[in-house]
Design a protein around this ligand. Structure first.
Ligand SMILES: [Zn+2]
Length: 275
């Protein structure tokens, strides 16, 4: 088997023609590029929803969407998959169709903290469509998900001839900057318990489920705190009856109680996402 890169064992291409064909019918041209090698994914459990389930793609004028569709490949992405590394080249752009991707700033000593999350309202790496080739953050899959992938050079070609596609890249970058500003303020000003609850609520929305898998190691990285702090907070919220947390699986038992414990940033970020 040919291995194309370190991420190849985490990616599982689906039939690359099916989603675009489902949307565009017989006008779709077959995608000639060979899909990446398949890999094993144990925890993806849904049916590919197709590219139109991404809100940015769905909002494009049909003729502009048709420019992209033949080059979009649907993939299953396992949690923990690193799509872009901080400081690395962005050669592919991902439109989430479900699940959640975290954008994480990585310090020189390896410590990291989340600055934004991206679900099917967004896109990861889109500024490479306008020539920004280096990722400023690590993009890591938080929840098992489906995504539509397009190569950066191809997106660049299309953005050069389609104003709506170019606008999509710029506008969503502005949204991400706003997310980063809110998250920076949240990390600095709000108590870890409120941030923990905000994060669980965001994840619940993206997972579209009250139950999801999260390790303490992952949570500590996203919140920029020690694992022991995550354990203490999780235990306290569990004792209050808002969640259960066992063996890396979180179950939200009392949504309203969790909202009451969360900071205002949950609602602010939801509004920005148009939810
Ligand atoms: Zn906050």
């Amino acid at each position: 088997m040919t291995v194309y890169g370190p991420r190849a064992d985490c990616l599982k291409p689906l039939n690359p023609l099916r989603p675009a064909a489902a949307v565009l019918g017989r006008h779709v041209h077959p995608r000639r590029k060979r899909p990446r090698p398949t890999g094993r994914i144990s925890s993806v459990h849904a049916i590919d929803p197709g590219p139109a389930s991404n809100k940015l793609l769905a909002a494009l004028p049909r003729t502009d969407f048709q420019l992209l569709a033949p080059y979009l490949t649907s993939l299953q992405l396992a949690e923990g998959t690193v799509l872009h590394e901080a400081g690395g080249e962005v050669d592919e752009v991902y439109f989430p169709l479900s699940g959640m991707i975290s954008l994480v700033v990585v310090m020189r000593d390896g410590k990291a903290i989340e600055t934004a999350t991206v679900g099917r309202e967004g896109v990861v790496g889109a500024m490479s469509g306008l020539g920004l080739h280096i990722s400023l953050v690590r993009a890591i899959v938080q929840l098992p998900m489906f995504g539509s992938r397009i190569s950066s050079p191809q997106l660049r070609k299309i953005a050069a001839s389609s104003k709506p596609v170019a606008d999509l890249c710029v506008r969503y970058n502005e949204v991400l900057l706003d997310h980063a500003r809110i998250t920076a303020a949240c990390n600095a000003l709000h108590h870890i318990e409120a941030r923990f609850c905000r994060w669980l609520l965001q994840t619940r929305d993206r997972a579209e489920s009250d139950t999801f898998k999260l390790t303490q190691e992952f949570l500590s990285e996203m919140l920029g705190v020690r694992r022991t702090s995550v354990t203490e907070v999780a235990s306290k919220i569990q004792a209050d009856g808002a969640i259960s947390y066992s063996r890396g699986v979180i179950k939200i038992l009392d949504l309203e109680a969790l909202k009451a414990k969360s900071c205002e940033c949950y609602e602010t970020l939801r509004e920005q996402n148009g939810d």
